[in-house]
Write a protein that binds this ligand. Structure first.
Ligand code: AHM
Ligand code: MG
Length: 346
């Protein structure tokens, strides 16, 4: 098939999305939401690349709702993402790592889809020009969200409705993806029909399809944990990580790789196999990563690639969030590797 293609024949994200719409895999509204997300990602890619030149490195001065220093680029990326989603006219509620509460999109721009996102994950790496990424998930409105709250609802009622509408389990996700800002800008997407990888062609300014129906290896000898936290870990987890360092029959132990950027660490795991983990520890009872806009979208992607996402005991996608910024331990990657850590933790 491929060999018959003209070398000028490329599939861009736009043409791919239109094709999916034709096939009935997504509706026209979803096509527009995804196209607007890809525009946001292109803009963020260029902001990240030019940050040291345009004075966008360093902290903003504010602290977000989770007590983290906001970097200038966190704030700018959040604005870019929110604006692109708003102007798509197809989203009703958006929830971001950088906003205290999910917000309803003004009525004149409003549509149906609910989008959760982390506009710039791994931003502690940003001033050293190390990989970062944007993560997103898309839901349709749930019943509670459509419930009648009267003609003149109070602000509290609107806010409450927004919280309820975004607090859906990952198993309801219609689409999820991430964009990695690295040596290439990579856009990874699933609409529930496998995982597709697009690479930004700087010559065309378009995302071009570079991999389809990605399958994560069933096992892989790379592990990515922040072992600086070792002393704070549970003994069962310590035993598991110790076991990876045993040379075993092959004479070769696992390799450690840790960027400290979920998107980068996850993308490597998706392609090479292995495991990424952010466990709970003595100080952080639920780990660090957020269920709604980090763990759930990544778990949907990994499952679509034949892998597994777990909190150590249960499937991430089955967990129903009770709070927007809820944290959860995460073990994600190759099926055999995630099952192995689950056994140690049982
Ligand atoms: P952030 O959303 O504030 O950027 O934090 C999430 C990041 C992940 O990208 C990364 O995997 C993790 O935090 C690294 O944490 P640590 O520095 O504790 O290893
Ligand atoms: Mg994050």
């Amino acid at each position: 098939e491929t060999s018959k293609k003209s070398s000028y024949e490329i599939v861009t994200l736009t043409t791919w999305l239109l094709k999916q719409e034709q096939l009935g895999a997504i509706d026209g509204e979803m096509t527009i939401v995804l196209a607007s997300i890809s525009t946001a990602c292109k803009q963020i890619a260029s902001l990240v690349q030019r940050a040291p030149i345009s004075n966008l490195t360093g902290v903003q001065g504010a602290v977000n709702v989770q007590g983290e220093d906001q970097k200038k680029l966190d704030v700018v990326s959040n604005e870019v993402f929110s604006n692109c989603l708003r102007s798509s006219g197809r989203t009703g509620v958006i929830a971001s790592e950088e906003e205290d509460v999910p917000v309803a999109v003004e009525e004149s721009y409003s549509g149906n889809y609910i989008v959760v996102f982390d506009p710039l994950d791994g931003s502690s790496n940003i001033d050293a020009a190390v990989s970062t990424g944007s993560i997103f998930g898309i839901y349709s409105p749930n019943d509670e969200c459509l419930a009648d709250i009267g003609d003149n609802p109070t602000l509290d009622a609107v806010e409450q409705r927004c919280v309820v509408s975004v607090c859906q389990p990952g198993s309801n996700l219609l689409a999820a993806g991430y964009c990695m800002y690295s040596s290439s800008v990579i856009f990874v997407l699933t609409i529930g029909t496998g995982v597709y990888v697009f690479t930004l062609d700087p010559m065309y300014g378009e995302f071009v399809l570079t991999q389809e129906k990605v399958q994560i290896p069933k096992a892989g000898k790379i592990y990515a944990f922040n072992e600086g936290n070792y002393a704070l870990w549970d003994d069962k987890l310590k035993k598991y990580v110790d076991s990876l360092k045993e040379p075993g029959d092959s004479g070769k132990p696992y390799s450690a790789r840790y960027i400290g950027s979920l998107v980068g660490d996850f993308h490597r795991t998706l392609l090479y196999g292995g495991i990424y983990g952010y466990p709970s520890d003595r100080k952080s009872k639920n780990g660090k990563l957020r269920l709604l806009y980090e763990c759930a979208p990544m778990s949907f992607i990994v499952e679509q690639a034949g892998g597994k996402g777990s909190d150590g005991h249960q499937r991430i996608l089955d967990i129903v969030p009770t709070e927007v910024h809820q944290r959860v331990p995460l073990y994600i990657g190759s099926v055999e590797e995630v099952e192995k850590v689950e056994k140690f933790l049982a």
